[in-house]
Design a binder for this molecule. Structure first.
Ligand code: TMP
Length: 214
């Protein structure tokens, strides 16, 4: 019988380096396929039907949506990603891949919903609407001060998306820390990594945490 693949999530405020670190992890998994097996890399919001609506809302191309509606859309996109087939995953989404022994790495997952949407929506309800989402084997939270996030974002973006105002980012960052600690206390495997250091140093901490899963 094939063992389940490992489900790994990278999290952080906008500009914290998750995308860069995810691409390093992808190269690393490819180079070490014989040891750790296949890995499928993905991100939320997805390119699926619900994810496309979310992307339009983030880019402010839709009328403003209530934050409860955004929370439901993110949760729906997540369940679609986990349980419904798409072109790459064929038979049944990420849950199917994991059951076949493929490792899955996602750039963002429910900790993003908890940190971002709990600014306006209560956390208990957010946890309820996400209760059918599988628990990751490891969540890596890249922690950076908000001024670093704002600087990195200004360097790379032409326009401001929905959650990118500086005051909002401060609150989101504080939420991330508080909620990561709450989930750790509830038994989730979440590690907090100082994302202000150079890319290779941050990556070596990530790699260590990932290797410990196997
Ligand atoms: P990104 O594609 O640049 O990571 O942008 C996605 C944005 O959506 C980012 O601001 C975080 C936000 N987000 C939420 O607010 N809730 C969620 O559940 C997820 C997955 C993302």
């Amino acid at each position: 019988m094939v063992n389940n693949g490992k489900f790994i999530v990278l999290e952080g405020v906008d500009g914290s380096g998750i995308t860069t670190q995810t691409s390093l992890l992808k190269k690393w998994f490819t180079a070490n396929k014989n040891i750790y097996g296949k890995a499928y890399f993905t991100k939320e919001p997805t390119d699926g039907p619900v994810g496309s609506v979310i992307r339009q809302a983030l880019a402010k191309r839709l009328k403003p949506l209530d934050e409860r509606v955004m929370a439901l859309l993110f949760a729906a996109d997540r369940l679609d990603h986990l349980y419904c087939p798409n072109e790459a995953e064929q038979q049944g989404g990420l849950s199917h891949l994991l059951a076949q022994g493929v490792n899955v790495v996602s750039d963002r997952y429910y900790l993003s919903s908890y940190a971002y949407q709990s600014l306006r929506v209560d956390l208990d309800w957010l946890q309820q609407i996400n209760k059918h989402a599988l628990k990751p084997d490891l969540t890596i939270f890249l922690q950076i001060p908000v001024n670093a996030s704002v600087q990195r974002r200004n360097d790379s973006r032409f326009h401001e998306e929905l959650y990118e105002k500086t005051e909002t980012l401060i609150n989101i960052r504080n939420n991330y820390l508080a909620i990561a600690k709450k989930l750790q206390a509830e038994g989730e495997n979440i590690i907090i990594i100082d994302g202000t250091r150079d890319i290779e140093t941050v990556f070596s901490d990530i790699k260590k945490a990932v290797m410990e899963l196997f």
